[in-house]
Ligand binder design. Structure first.
Ligand SMILES: [Fe+2]
Ligand SMILES: [Fe+2]
Length: 462
C-alpha cells in the first residue's frame, strides 16, 4: 500500500467505527447497523497487517495522525469517532495484528458507554482489559516511556516482518537482505539480555495460520536464550539467532501443500522435506551479512545429536555445536505449538519429552540447560495454588532458581478476576508466618479460556 491508499483505507476504518458508534446510540447493540460496520472495519484493517504488526492512530490537535503524518481526507461522519476519543482522553489507539471483530465491537461499546471525560490512561487500560479487549491498545503519546513488554512486542513484531519478507523474497526468486535479519536478531538478543521473561512470553503466543513465520522467530528467541545461558560471545550469539530465524528458509522451495500437509507423510514426501536444510544452506550462501557458521548450522539443524538425521553426515564430518542449540529450540517450539496433527504441550510436558530425546536427537547437556534456564514452572505455565486460585507464571527470577512470579487469573471458585493480580509467593500468612500461597501443580490450560500471556505480563508489571 502506498501512502495515498493507506490514507484512504484508514478513512474507511474510521468511517466504519464512526458509523457503528453512531448507530449504537440509535439501535440495540445486536442490530445489523451496529454489527455490520464493525465487521467492515475488521475487513478494512486486515490489509495493514500484511507488512506490519500494529497500526497506530493518534489524535493531535483534533487531527488524526497516522504514523506521524496527518490525514485530512476525513469527512464529517468521522468526527463523532474522533470527538469521542478526544473527550474520553485517548490520544492514541493501536490496533494489533490479530484484532478480532469482538475486540472492535467491545472497543466501540467502550467509546459509546464511557461518559467520563479526560480519564487517566491507566484507568482506560484497565477498563479495556476488564472488558476483554485484547488486540487494541491505548497509549498516552507515541513518545511515552515504553515498558519492557511493549518494547519486546515491537521487537518481536519487527523480526516477524523480517522473516515474512525474507521468505516471500525467496519464493519470488529474490535473495533476501541478510542485514535485515542481522539487525532484527541483534534487537532480540538485546531484549533477551534485558528482560528474558518478556521475550520468552511472546514465544508462547502461537499463531496457527502463520506457523512458519512465528516458529522461525520463536526458534530464534529460544536459541538466543540458550546461547546467553551458555555465555557465548556476542558474534556467536547473533550467528545462532540468525540461524534460528532462517533455519527453515529452505522450505520455501517445497510445494506449499506439502509443508501444510497434516498427518503422516509418504516416503516420497518425506524425501522432499529432507531437502530443506541443503536448500537453506544454498540460499544463505547467496545472502550478504551471513556468518559461515550460521550457514552450516542451517544445513545441520536436522542432523541430530546422534548423527542419524538428515542430510546424513559422513563419519568424518564435524558438526557445529551451535546446531544442537537450534535443535533444542526447534523441538521445544514445535512441541508447545498446536498443529493440525497434534495438540500443544505445556512447556513442562515439552521438557519431559525432550528429556527422553536427550542423547538421541538432542544434546543432553543442552536439554538440561534449557530445563534449568526455563525453571520448574516456565513462563506461561498455568498453575493451581494452595489457595485453590489458578494463575499463570509470569516470571522466573534468577533464571528459574527462585520462586516464580505468578499472576492470579481465577479465584478459588474458578471465576475470572477482573484483572490479573500479581502475587508474591514469598508473602507470609500473618497467622502462621508460612507462605500464604504455594504452587500445588500445573493446570491444563485448555480448561480455561485462552490467556494472552503478554497481556497478563503487561497488566501485572504496570
Ligand atoms: Fe527444519
Ligand atoms: Fe523448524
Amino acid at each position: 500500500m502506498d501512502r495515498r491508499q493507506m490514507e484512504g483505507a484508514i478513512a474507511g476504518v474510521i468511517r466504519s467505527l464512526g458509523a457503528s458508534l453512531k448507530n449504537r446510540g440509535l439501535y440495540p447493540a445486536t442490530h445489523p447497523l451496529v454489527r455490520s460496520p464493525v465487521e467492515k472495519c475488521h475487513l478494512e484493517l486486515a490489509p495493514f497487517f500484511a507488512d506490519r504488526s500494529e497500526l497506530a492512530l493518534t489524535v493531535s490537535d483534533g487531527t488524526l495522525v497516522l504514523e506521524g503524518v496527518p490525514i485530512f481526507q476525513l469527512t464529517s461522519s468521522l468526527e463523532l469517532f474522533m470527538a469521542r476519543l478526544g473527550a474520553i482522553g485517548l490520544p492514541a489507539v493501536i490496533f494489533e495484528r490479530g484484532v478480532s471483530v469482538e475486540d472492535i465491537e467491545l472497543f466501540v461499546r467502550f467509546l459509546h458507554e464511557t461518559k467520563e471525560q479526560g480519564l487517566p490512561i491507566p484507568e482506560i487500560k484497565s477498563r479495556l482489559a476488564r472488558w476483554g479487549v485484547t488486540h487494541i491498545r491505548v497509549t498516552s503519546t507515541e513518545e511515552e516511556e515504553k515498558d519492557d513488554f511493549t518494547l519486546a512486542r515491537e521487537i518481536f513484531g519487527n523480526a516477524l516482518n523480517v522473516v515474512v519478507r525474507a521468505l516471500k523474497d525467496v519464493r519470488n526468486g529474490r535473495i533476501p537482505d541478510g542485514a535485515e535479519s542481522d539487525r532484527a536478531v541483534r534487537e532480540m538478543s538485546g531484549m533477551v539480555s534485558r528482560n528474558r521473561d518478556a521475550m520468552l512470553a511472546l514465544t508462547l503466543i502461537k499463531n496457527f495460520d502463520e506457523y512458519t513465520y512465528n516458529h522461525s522467530v520463536n526458534v530464534s528467541v529460544l536459541s538466543l536464550a540458550v546461547a546467553e545461558t551458555l555465555g557465548l560471545p556476542e558474534t556467536e550469539r547473533i550467528g545462532i539467532g540468525v540461524a534460528g530465524l532462517l533455519h527453515d528458509v529452505g522450505k520455501t522451495q517445497l510445494a506449499l501443500d506439502l509443508i501444510r500437509k497434516p498427518g503422516t507423510l509418504t516416503v516420497e514426501e518425506f524425501e522432499e522435506i529432507k531437502k530443506h536444510p541443503e536448500e537453506g544452506f544454498a540460499i544463505l550462501g547467496k545472502m550478504t551479512h551471513i556468518q559461515e557458521t550460521t550457514r552450516a548450522v542451517v544445513r545441520e539443524h536436522h542432523m541430530r545429536f546422534d548423527r542419524t538425521g538428515y542430510p546424513r553426515p559422513e563419519p568424518e564430518y564435524r558438526m557445529n555445536p551451535h546446531s544442537y542449540v537450534i535443535a533444542v529450540a526447534d523441538c521445544f517450539d514445535a512441541l508447545t505449538t498446536m498443529r493440525s496433527y497434534q495438540k500443544a504441550r505445556t512447556p513442562q510436558q515439552a521438557l519431559e519429552i525432550m528429556r527422553k530425546l536427550a542423547g538421541k536427537s538432542l544434546d543432553p547437556d543442552l536439554v538440561e540447560l534449557m530445563e534449568r534456564s526455563l525453571g520448574v514452572y516456565p513462563v506461561g505455565t498455568m498453575v493451581r495454588l494452595s489457595t485453590m486460585e489458578v494463575g499463570v507464571v509470569t516470571g522466573t527470577p534468577g533464571g528459574g532458581k527462585s520462586e516464580p512470579k505468578v499472576a492470579i487469573l481465577f479465584d478459588r471458585s474458578g471465576n475470572p478476576l477482573a484483572a490479573p493480580q500479581g502475587v508474591d509467593l514469598k508473602e507470609p500468612d500473618p497467622s502462621s508466618g508460612k507462605p500464604r500461597r504455594m504452587i500445588l501443580g500445573t493446570v491444563n490450560p485448555l480448561m480455561h479460556p485462552p490467556v494472552s500471556i503478554s497481556g497478563v505480563l503487561q497488566a501485572v508489571s504496570a
